[in-house]
Write a protein that binds this ligand. Structure first.
Ligand SMILES: Nc1ncnc2c1ncn2[C@@H]1O[C@H](COP(=O)(O)OP(=O)(O)O)[C@@H](O)[C@H]1O
Ligand SMILES: [Mg+2]
Length: 373
């Protein structure tokens, strides 16, 4: 069966989409950047590498236009990632879950090629056709093998268009399917033996893959494939303040897209969620005094974002519009306790030894006790 759907031409974006692609959501910023960018652009790039990095990290343009930061993290990480895309090596974004690998790859593709939709989602069932091409069987039967019966994969499209293609969760893809990327990335060509033809990549083509640190060992990259990539590791936020900043920004953006009223004084509650997640993740309280056990889940920034968004929805629809501990407790519990056996014990211990004793945290303690019992 043909596994691919025709893409929506970017000119016809439906207005009510729940989650617009990055190139649509930030079209104004991208246009301003393109307009004021006089640095050299690699072939078929919409922006110069400098402007792509500015798009990701944020900044103010000469005419005063403010570019919002999409990624909060080390500048160098972004610079290396962007530069890699201008070379003949592909980019591998590696990191623990929730470190913005998918997010960064979407924004990179949007800024470099103006299109973030050329995407292969890696799973244990990803077939080779998702990377090479498939066939439209009706046309194949009616007219025999030919270019019009061929269904190009997103990778093949990116090669012919000179664009950026994204492969999500590369290490979940079976090893033999992964291997079909090796020649493609080194020779920049995709043979079509059935037609005695090949598709040669046009300048501007490159590939961004993401892979999860925790999946290590699932389908490790072969060394031959790894050599085709430059690996960039996305770190966890270095400080609690940086993480609070990331969560606050994203929650604000998501809240606006869901028409949730903004909670003006949500920062204190956000700080508490981030503190809890960091302490459980690190196995140590923030004052460095008490060791705590870590639960099985990743407790990433991404999860803090969804817990706070959920809390905001609760307080908007069922509360008085002010974000309180009671709106967050159930979400925190759900994120921490993945394994009802061991995680619950870890959580209760943390609650009784750390949260209960902490000054100014009594409301949070009570709210958590209520949902945990
Ligand atoms: N350093 C960061 N800067 C900006 N956003 C971040 C950062 N870390 C996490 N996020 C947010 O976390 C969310 C999930 O990230 P995602 O890209 O799905 O993670 P991953 O693919 O690494 O598992 C995104 O909404 C992203 O905005
Ligand atoms: Mg991801």
């Amino acid at each position: 069966m043909p596994a691919f759907v025709e893409r929506t031409p970017s000119a016809e974006v439906p207005r009510q989409v729940l989650r617009p692609h990055a190139e649509h959501a930030f079209a104004a910023e991208l246009a301003s950047l393109a307009g004021q960018d006089d640095r050299p652009r690699p072939a078929r790039w919409r922006l110069s590498p400098w402007a792509v990095a500015t798009y990701l990290l944020g900044g103010t343009l000469p005419d005063g236009t403010v570019i919002t930061p999409k990624y909060v993290g080390p500048r160098r990480v972004v610079e290396v990632a962007v530069t890699t895309l201008a070379t003949d090596r592909a980019l591998l974004l590696l990191g623990v879950p929730g470190t913005a690998k998918t997010w960064v790859s979407e924004h990179l593709a949007a800024a470099v090629s103006g299109d973030s939709t050329l995407l292969v989602q890696g799973t244990a069932g990803t077939p080779e056709e998702a990377i090479r091409y498939g066939w439209n069987y009706a046309r194949l039967l009616a007219h025999g093998p030919g270019r019009d019966a061929l269904v190009p994969s997103p990778v093949m499209r990116a090669m012919t268009e000179g664009a950026t293609v994204r492969v999500e969760e590369l290490t979940r893809i079976p090893a033999d399917v992964q291997d079909s990327l090796i020649t493609l990335l080194s020779e920049k060509t995709l043979p079509i033996p059935e037609l005695g033809e090949e598709v040669q990549a046009v300048r501007g083509f490159n590939l961004i893959a993401t892979a999860n640190d925790r999946d290590r060992g699932v389908n490790d990259l072969s060394s031959a494939l790894r050599r085709r990539f430059n690996t960039v590791v996305l770190p966890l936020p270095e400080s609690a303040e940086a993480e609070v900043d990331i969560v606050t920004r994203r929650v604000d953006q998501i809240g606006r897209s869901l028409d949730l009223p903004s909670a003006p004084d949500g920062t204190d509650e956000i700080r508490r969620v981030v503190t809890v997640f960091r302490e459980l993740r690190d196995g140590l309280t923030s004052d460095g005094r008490t060791k705590v056990k870590s639960p099985s889940g990743p407790l990433s920034t991404a999860e803090a974002i969804s817990v706070v968004t959920g809390g905001l929805a609760l307080c908007a629809h069922f509360g008085d519009g002010v974000l309180r501990a009671g709106d967050l407790a159930a979400g925190v519990l759900g994120a921490v306790v993945r394994d009802p056996g061991t995680d619950r014990v870890v959580w209760q211990e943390y609650l009784e030894t750390v949260v209960r004793e902490r000054e100014g945290w009594q409301d949070f303690y009570r709210a958590c006790r209520e949902v945990t019992a």
